[in-house]
Design a protein around this ligand. Sequence first.
Ligand SMILES: [Ca+2]
Length: 329
Amino acid sequence: MKRLVLVLVLACGVVGAPFSCADTHVYVRGAHGWAPAQARVDGAAVAVHLDPALVGGQAEVLISEAPLDVDDTAAPFVAALSLNGHEFRAPVPADLGFFPWPHTIAVMLHDSGSHVTQDSVQVTLVGERTGPAVVPCPVTSFSQGAWVRATLDTRDLRADRYTLRISAADLLGNRLDTAIRLDSLGIVIPATTLKVSDSSGRLSKPLPEIGTQFYHGESAGDFVSYSLPVERAGQYGISVHFTRCYSYGTYMVSLDGEREPHPLDGYDPDLRVGAGSLNLGRRYLSAGEHCLRFELFGKNPAAQSRFLGLTEVVLRPEPGVAPHVLRRP
Ligand SMILES: [Ca+2]
């Protein structure tokens, strides 16, 4: 499907069509929308008669190689969205919920009145943490332009809360602009909100300026336990994220008394907020408070002290979990 839209300030004119077609259709937009124009087509030259009273001295002319439904005032819409092969049909929800590893997103756009113009289609992902994501977005057209499919390869995206922004227009300029949310991150519990439930007596305090819960461990055996709130029971993948620093030590981590075999090592020559993570695996968590305990184990030989800095605990539910599970009311 080809078209040309011109804005003329002439009462009449001769324009060159971008294509030579035996079946050329010319339309003009006036105060009441698009209407067929009086035109004479001679090869690639199109002479258009414009009525100044109709167009107010300025005309928008559309030249198309196929007839158009000038009564079409409806914008294209998202007829289907496929995420990792899981298909959502129209009306596609504005929030798709949790999908931990999105590798392919395909968007099917449809316009019932005229045609979606392929070059008008833009699909981008914007992450809360990562910002706009540059994602290859090949667009293919189907069924004489009524359908357009855009496919995004999202295998290398980091976990985040994304907004999928979709815009498109039909031949008559009716525009679609919509946003669909997608969460590949999960439930994030900021460590600065954690409450101490037990400890060997050392200081624990939030450092909001670096989003870190600081623990002043000093000697082996020092421990601090935090109350970990779980709103809804379920099977979760659990990870603890922490800050690395030259003064941070190593800690054994346990959840509800079940100890991880490998210690968390917070040492780094520089201060790197949230740079470390420890995967606690998958387990069933009941609704309510759970006990997340850190026991001082030692330190890297280069570390100056044995402190601890936590940034967040992330709970990743089963794929396809509904948005209300992820968002706190
Ligand atoms: Ca339309």
